[in-house]
Design a binder for this molecule. Structure first.
Ligand SMILES: Cc1cc2nc3c(=O)[nH]c(=O)nc-3n(C[C@H](O)[C@H](O)[C@H](O)COP(=O)(O)OP(=O)(O)OC[C@H]3O[C@@H](n4cnc5c(N)ncnc54)[C@H](O)[C@@H]3O)c2cc1C
Length: 500
């Protein structure tokens, strides 16, 4: 059992002042009485990773939960709307090869009409190879590169269509969250933590810093980024690598000017010879990067390929290396790893901050519902749920690589890489019927909420052909004739709109 009530903790330390660390500090400050110190320790000499500029469907909800003023957030972080992703070159590699994964709301008539677990309108569209985004009012605005104020107007008028999120500057975000946290009483120290001292039960009790300072700790959030200072380096946590299934292990970030008149309303994921390039449009610039497999291309070759593709020289930031995966247990004793220190796969679908916020939300739920008296069983179940959530991310990302590209050694290797068993089992069914909640809800267990709905899976699975049109047609056979016709009429209207 972990007792955070009696005697009350004196100090909770968050090691790390990146997005994860500051969000955690804000969350904890809200939960604990002012008698408990919440202290963030970060090192300006180490700095933050400086990437991670796109949120997911849970981002605005998190800002609201932490009572962060959205207008102020937008002003201070250079934020621009994010309504989903544009996948370019993932099938043929051709100029016109593009599909969208948009953050479709689950509150539209299309997603609310469910029969035996499937969505007749979506099944009808898949059955006739109609792009799924075409039922969303957001879609033409994205394609027309609509300015931000007009996008805001659509959200106000038709807010139920899409769940908006943001692109933002990661440095400005950390600075802004720090300002919010300090204004609410979070304490801050700029130093390097060199050693974590544990008691006989394996609980972290003290931090030794480079300036000879020592800091007592009752609970420790390890948000130390890719350095994984506590759970990784000091505690030897068990790492679970996904590298058999996800081949990307390196990234070269850089900035670029907007290629279009206005910031695009989606993150672009553009395939390259040995991976793919992200382009995240903020108000003033685009944050970009080449994610690649180091077995298939060198850093120099990657930079040359970017420059050839863009037609101008870039100033690359430091190359980041990672082993895609996560710790099997992120909460051990009185230490919990959060953000990059707990796991990272790759930026595809921008899952990292989204997963971090889900973990933080579930952690808060445990603290509140247990009133600080936390059983080993609860911690075990928390870890199981967190791990399961990562497996969902692994499978979702693996599906993106289940594509038809074979034209370079990397895409050849991708096509030969194995499926995780859980993904293989789902994929087998999806040859006969469309994905449904039943298939993906087990990625969110023990009270966790999950990031991606079955509809998100469909937005990617259908255009890639992982779910063939036949699956949509088969779904409809289960419907009485009148309902089937209603769904087919809906698809026919979308078809007409596209070809108008
Ligand atoms: C290539 C790449 C692209 C990404 N793209 C996306 C994306 O599009 N969307 C998304 O959601 N996420 C993305 N991410 C992940 C995202 O960057 C992180 O989830 C997010 O920035 C949170 O980082 P963090 O706070 O965990 O770590 P960091 O920002 O690295 O912060 C770590 C902190 O720990 C401190 N620290 C470390 N060691 C010590 C020590 N010994 N003593 C004192 N302080 C220490 C550092 O100073 C720093 O303050 C991407 C990541 C990578 C690598």
């Amino acid at each position: 059992m972990l007792n955070l009530r009696s005697p009350a903790p004196q100090r909770i330390v968050v090691l790390g002042g990146g997005t994860a660390g500051w969000f955690a500090a804000i969350a904890l400050r809200r939960l604990f009485s002012p008698k408990v110190d919440i202290q963030v320790i970060e090192s300006s000499s180490i700095g933050i990773v400086g990437v991670g500029e796109g949120g997911l469907l849970n981002f605005i909800n998190a800002l609201q939960r932490y009572q962060i003023d959205i207008d102020e957030f937008v002003r201070e972080t250079g934020a621009a709307w994010k309504w989903g992703f544009s996948y370019e070159g993932w099938r043929t590699g051709g100029e016109d090869d593009r599909f969208y994964h948009l953050f479709a709301s689950q509150e539209t008539p299309v997603s609310r009409w469910s029969e035996r677990g499937f969505y007749p309108c979506l099944s009808a569209m898949i059955g006739q190879n109609i792009p799924l985004e075409s039922y969303l009012a957001a879609s033409p605005l994205i394609k027309a590169n609509t300015p931000q104020d007009q996008a805001s107007a659509l959200l106000k008028a038709n807010g139920g269509d899409i769940v908006p999120s943001f692109h933002f500057d990661s440095y400005k975000l950390a600075t802004y969250l720090k300002k919010v946290a300090l204004s609410r009483g979070v304490m801050h120290l700029d130093t390097v933590v060199e050693e974590v001292v544990f008691d006989q039960q394996g609980h972290a009790r003290m931090l030794r810093c480079a300036d000879n300072r020592t800091i007592d700790v009752d609970f420790l959030i390890d948000a130390s980024g890719l350095s994984r200072k506590v759970l990784g380096k000091s505690m030897g946590g068990k790492w679970h690598s996904f590298s058999d299934y996800l081949l990307m292990d390196s990234a070269i970030p850089f900035y670029m000017p907007h290629p279009h008149e206005n910031p695009m309303l989606v993150t672009r994921a553009i395939t390259m010879d040995a991976g793919w390039m992200w382009q995240i449009p903020l108000i003033d610039r685009v944050g970009a990067g080449y994610v690649f497999s180091s077995k298939h291309i060198s850093e120099q070759q990657a930079i040359a390929e970017i420059e050839q593709r863009l037609g101008y020289a870039i100033t690359p930031h430091k190359t980041l290396r990672f082993d895609p995966g996560c710790f099997e247990e992120v909460w051990v004793g009185n230490v919990m790893a959060l953000g990059l220190s707990s796991g990272f796969v790759e930026p595809l679908e921008a899952t990292s901050i989204g997963q971090m916020l889900e973990q933080l939300y579930s952690f808060e739920r445990v603290l509140v519902h247990s009133q600080g008296i936390i059983s080993d069983k609860t911690i075990r179940e928390f870890n199981q749920a967190n791990f399961q959530s990562w497996l969902g991310i692994r499978d979702f990302l693996r599906m993106h690589y289940d594509n038809t590209r074979r034209d370079t050694p990397l895409w050849q290797a991708v096509s030969e890489s194995p499926y995780p068993e859980s993904y293989r089992a789902l994929r087998e069914c999806w040859q006969e019927r469309t994905p449904r909640l039943l298939d993906v809800e087990s990625y969110a267990i023990n009270g966790w909420r999950g990031i991606f709905h079955a509809i998100n899976w469909m937005f990617v699975a259908a255009p890639l052909g992982v779910v063939p049109s036949r699956a949509g047609q088969m779904d409809l056979l289960a419907l009485p004739a009148e309902k089937r016709q209603q769904a087919l009429n809906f698809a026919a209207e979308r078809h007409q709109e596209i070809n108008r």
